[in-house]
Design a protein around this ligand. Structure first.
Ligand SMILES: [Zn+2]
Ligand SMILES: [Zn+2]
Length: 315
């Protein structure tokens, strides 16, 4: 797993790589423009070259670009839809230029409208943005499910991928906070495995390309998107350790988008904590595996209990 953090590209794209290195990251995520403004940052070829050079000289192996929050690819307002298309296309082209692993996108919001129609609209915008860029993958992020936001369930994400044409470039980014908030229990190894089975049935785990690890201030099924620092929320250190040690996540970039101790984002200490929790999670999994290996006797015990039970029932 390539553990890393969301970092700022203030002062130039290559500065984001420096910030990642300072935090001990193996992956980073950036906004390619100010997240609360439509105006794109005008990067030139020198910026891209400096970024690629900094990446090559660093231990960072993956960069994700988060599309800005203003986007609503499902908007009924033609002006917002066009602006969303322009901005998403721009993100994908920057992704092409810097060799990003993916652009990560919140699929959009139906607001108070019909969800099926919103999915079709979002699919159309995404399809067009992909057609206007070369190769950078696009990962739809699962959402907490607040209001009319799309992508709260694996089935909805599958419908969005279908509506966008189902190309190979379309993938999935799973956010731990959003999973819990949208009602998926992931805090034990067995629960996370069951959730991933559902994901596999709905859209195929081969689509899974990136991860966000955030603890959640709000409880299971709350549909509220409030990130907490690792261990300080409803997932807790145990839940984070389970997520970080999931074998199916082994090859993926996993970035922290936590508020951090002074609300300026994840710190080196928190990236180090993630590495520690990952080792703890792996140790717990190894112990329970060894436990399973010696379980035949306990299986016999429960089998005999069942036998006693049925005997009583029949008697
Ligand atoms: Zn996220
Ligand atoms: Zn979030």
């Amino acid at each position: 797993m390539l553990i890393g953090a969301h970092v700022s590209p203030a002062g130039g794209l290559a500065r984001a790589v420096e910030r990642g290195v300072d935090r001990g990251c193996r992956s980073i995520q950036i906004f390619n423009q100010s997240p609360r403004m439509w105006r794109p940052t005008a990067y030139g070829e020198e910026d891209f070259a400096a970024f690629r050079e900094a990446m090559a000289a660093s231990p960072i192996d993956a960069v994700l670009i988060h599309a800005v929050y203003l986007l609503n690819c499902a908007s009924e307002d033609p002006e917002i839809a066009v602006k969303s298309l322009t901005s998403l296309t721009h993100s994908l082209r920057v992704g092409d230029a810097i060799g990003a692993s993916a652009v990560v996108l919140h699929p959009g919001s139906a607001k108070t409208g019909h969800v099926g129609e919103a999915i079709e609209r979002a699919g159309g915008v995404i399809r067009e943005a992909l057609a206007s860029s070369e190769r950078c993958p696009l990962h739809l992020e699962n959402t907490a499910g607040a209001g009319g936001t799309l992508g709260r369930s694996f089935e909805e994400l599958a419908a969005l991928i279908d509506a966008a044409g189902g190309q190979k470039r379309l993938g999935l980014c799973l956010d731990s906070c959003h999973l819990l908030a949208s009602g998926y229990e992931i805090r034990s190894a067995a629960d996370l495995a069951a959730t991933l089975e559902q994901c596999d049935r709905a859209l195929g785990l081969d689509r899974l390309g990136s991860l966000h690890l955030n603890d959640s201030q709000k409880p299971l099924g709350s549909n509220r998107d409030r990130h907490a620092n690792l261990g300080a929320g409803e997932l807790g250190e145990r839940g984070c350790a389970v997520f970080l040690s999931e074998p199916l996540f082994e090859e993926l970039p996993c970035v922290l988008e936590t508020p951090g101790p002074d609300r300026s984002g994840p710190t080196a200490e928190e990236v180090a904590l993630a590495l520690k929790l990952r080792r703890r999670g792996q140790a717990t999994r190894a112990r329970s595996k060894r436990g399973q290996a010696t379980r035949p006797s306990s299986k016999r015990a429960s089998g005999s209990k069942r036998a006693r039970g049925s005997k009583r029932a029949s008697g």
